[in-house]
Structures are given as C-alpha cells and as structure tokens.
Design a protein around this ligand. Structure first.
Ligand SMILES: *Cc1c(COP(=O)(O)O)cnc(C)c1O
Length: 443
C-alpha cells in the first residue's frame, strides 16, 4: 500500500467527506476506463488482484445523508443493518456519520464493538438468538432486543436475572402486510412467515413482557422485507403498530419510547425507478410525527448496495450448444445473489471493446447454478479483460463462501483519489486454519 493510502485502522481518525458525489456519479469513465471516484478500477485490479470488491465512501455517505435528511423532521436514527455489508471499514465510516447499528448475531455484535460502537448504538434483531448471544448483548448494554417470540422473552428474562440486569426489549411484530418484492425470499412481513410475533398475539405477549421483572418493554418493531419500492407496506404496518401501542399502553404499565420501522428500502439494480426517499420521509412523518416516539430505521441495502462493485477478470471464452460463455474468475462463491435470488446485476467492461455479444457470464465453480448473468447482452470481453458486476455492495462479500476451496476475495474502500485494501484476500493457509491434522479422538 502506497503513501496516503487508508487502512481500516486509521480510517476512523482520518475520515471526513472528500467528495459529494452520489452513487450514480461515483462510477464514471475516462481514458483509463471505469473509475470509482478518483481511482481507476484497473489500478485496483492490478494492486489487489481479482476477484475483488470495491466500495465507494462517497456513495455510502451520500445515501446516508439523503435518507437521514428525509427523515430528520421526526426524531429518527438510522441503525444500519450490519448483515448487508459487515466490513469494519464500512461500519467505521457509518459511525462517523452518526449511524447506529442493527445486528442479528453475536458475531455482528463483536464487529460492531471492534468498529467503535457502544452498546447504546445497537439494536439486536433476529429470530434465533442464543443464550450466549443474549448474555453478550446484555453485557454490552445494547439499546434493545427486538424480540421475536414469547419464548425468547423468557430466555432474555432468565439471562437478565442471572446477570442481575434489566433487559430493554421491543416486540418485533409481524404486521401481516402484503409486500411486493422481486423474490419471495426477501419478504418477511406476511402472515405465516417465521419472522416476528403474529399480530393478533402481540398484545398478549406485551402483557407477558411487562409482567417479567427483569424486562423493560420499550418499543415495537417491524421489518417487512427487502428491496421494497412502495410505501404501502410501511404505511399499513406503521398504522397497525401505532394501534397496538395504544392498546399496550392502555392495558399494561409499559410506556413505549421507540418505534422501529425496519429496513428494506430498495435500490436500483437495473431500470427500476429509484425510491423517492423524500416522499418516504413525508409518509413516515405524517404517520408518526405526533406520536412522541423515537423512530429507528434499519436500512442495509439502501446505504451500501450501489456503493460497491465486484471486479472480475475474464478467464476464458467458449461456445457450447450454440451458446456463448464468458468465464470469469468470480462466481457464486463471491456473489451468490444471481443464483440464490435470480437477481439481476449489471455487468460492464472496465475498458469496453466496442463490441457486444449475448452470453452467459459464468464463474469457475463446479455447479450449473454458478452464474453472474444468463443470456445477457454484454461487452464482447476477451480473456484478460476486466468486468465489473454492479450493485454488489450489499449482500455480496458477506454471503461469499469457500466452496470449491476458493479463498474469499479482498475488499477495497475508495475515498476520493485514494484507496485501501480493508480486507485481505484469504490465503490457502486461511482455508485450513481451523482444521485439525491429527484429530484428538475421544470416546
Ligand atoms: C435484513 C434486515 C434489515 C435490512 O434489510 P435491507 O433490505 O438491507 O434494508 C433490517 N432489519 C432486519 C431485522 C433485517 O433482518
């Protein structure tokens, strides 16, 4: 790494906005080809190798500021959903902007604390929290647990009693709204889903929560899905939660402070209309403005999705069965979304050849489901050429795996005219680090 290059460690101290570009503007072209902010992607590919994830600080800042200004007319805080992209460098950048976090595991809590967050900045969501995770979160003094079942309340109560602490809790309620998302796996707020407490049981569960001595019922929470571009699910869900709040306050001692409206705001992968964030803010404000509640949002994808690309090199071309194939050094182990969600990601050449072709863009993994794009008009890229897979900042690296014993790709953060490797590429040694060559047999 050269002079003036950021590392994850000094990033926090060294931050501050250097550019004001929006995510649409941060990936631009000049004579060196595609750039991320002020850095040529070919430079990053030469330095960090491929495949490699590249994130723009300016794009993340700009999305954060946009959403924050849209909702700041209400008493709101953005708790970034760590699972979208849990790189400590990204978490640090968002901490400087004032974000809190939404976590779903003990591992994410660990990352959050490593990135300099306090417990008070963190809400703990997730349908299957273990006792160990609950204890860790209580010791870290998280702002609250978003509780997903009555049984979970009892487990939190037991752990809190053992530690002689009071556990702040919110109930994650399934508002049972119909949500239109591009893929069923990203819907969470419909009847019959594993997430949340069924709406018609929520009042009874609230009564249990307020009767348990080591719990303090502080809020209500919902998360209706991901990649949502309409406001109706939020509106209907919020109305139901506000109604429930009145019932809870009428029938229990609890006085609620927080209303967590979840994440799910969509980003543009292809030609979808982008979310009207300002209008979203108005809709939220109209519903909760007079409620006296503090509002929590849990955006993940919206903040980081379009801030990142997956940089990959073409290995081979071939024709088979009348079809054209572009074989790249990135595959489903790096970016699972195309094969797992049938997701569309734009693919562009860093230095276009000037010709296009219709091809399947596939990875090197021994699976027919290993593709980045099918039957797509793309640049007629030849072996050695660089491609970018756009919109890979969310649910990209975090879903990557070592399948086929492939070391995971590095992550690079760009900030203005400088860049830093913030996650090293895994080595072969990393792949077998936890394996025991001479097993210690026991009986
Ligand atoms: C995944 C998740 C989010 C973030 O979803 P996005 O679609 O990335 O905004 C927020 N809250 C909870 C509870 C989640 O599980």
């Amino acid at each position: 790494m050269g002079k003036g290059v950021l590392t994850a460690r000094n990033f926090a101290a060294d931050g501050g906005a250097r550019t004001n570009a929006t995510s649409a503007e941060v990936f631009t072209r000049d004579t060196e080809g595609l750039r991320c902010e002020g850095v040529a992607l070919s430079t990053i590919a030469d330095d960090a190798g491929t495949p490699c994830f590249v994130y723009s600080s300016a794009a993340i800042r700009s999305q954060y500021e946009r959403l924050y200004s849209a909702v700041k007319q209400v008493d709101a805080r953005l708790h970034y959903s760590v699972k979208a992209n849990s790189s400590i460098a990204v978490l640090s950048l968002l901490r400087e902007l004032g974000a809190g976090l939404d976590i779903v595991s003990g591992g994410e809590l660990y990352r959050a604390l490593q990135a300099g967050y306090n417990g008070r900045d963190i809400v703990f969501s997730g349908v299957g929290k273990t006792e160990r995770e609950i204890e860790e979160a209580l010791r870290a003094q998280v702002l609250m647990f978003n509780v997903e079942s009555e049984q979970e309340l009892h487990v939190i109560q037991d752990v809190a009693t053992r530690l002689d602490l009071i556990a702040p809790v919110a109930l994650r309620v399934n508002p049972e709204v119909l949500v239109d998302t591009p893929h069923p796996y990203t819907r969470t707020g419909e009847k019959g889903m594993k997430f949340g407490i069924p709406f018609d049981e929520a009042l009874a569960v609230a009564k249990v929560a307020s009767s348990l001595a080591n719990l303090q019922l502080l809020g209500l929470d919902m998360h209706v899905g991901s990649q949502i571009s309409q406001f109706a699910p939020y509106e209907v869900g919020l109305q139901r939660l506000l109604h429930l709040r009145r019932e809870i306050e009428r029938e229990t001692e609890a006085r609620l402070e927080y209303l967590d409206i979840g994440g799910g705001l969509a980003v543009t992968y292809d030609v979808e209309r982008s979310v009207d964030v300002e209008r979203f803010g108005e809709v939220i404000a109209a519903l909760v403005g007079g409620s006296g509640l503090k509002i929590i949002l849990e955006p993940g994808r919206f903040l980081v999705g379009n801030a990142g690309v997956l940089l990959t090199r073409v290995l081979y071309r071939k024709r088979s069965g009348g079809k054209e194939f572009i074989i790249t050094d990135a595959g489903m182990t790096d970016l699972l979304r195309p094969s797992h969600y049938n997701a569309f990601h734009r693919i562009e050449a860093v230095n276009p050849t000037g010709k296009t072709t219709i091809a399947d863009v596939v990875g090197p993994i021994c699976e027919s489901g290993d593709f980045l794009a099918l039957d797509r008009q793309v640049d007629d890229a030849q072996p050695g050429d660089l491609l970018v897979v756009r919109s890979a900042g969310a649910y990209g690296f975090v879903m990557s795996s070592n399948y086929n014993s492939r070391p995971r790709a590095p992550e690079v953060l760009v900030d203005g005219d400088r860049y830093a490797v913030v996650t090293r590429r895994e080595s072969y040694e990393d792949l077998i680090r936890n394996e025991i060559h001479r097993p210690d047999w026991r009986s």
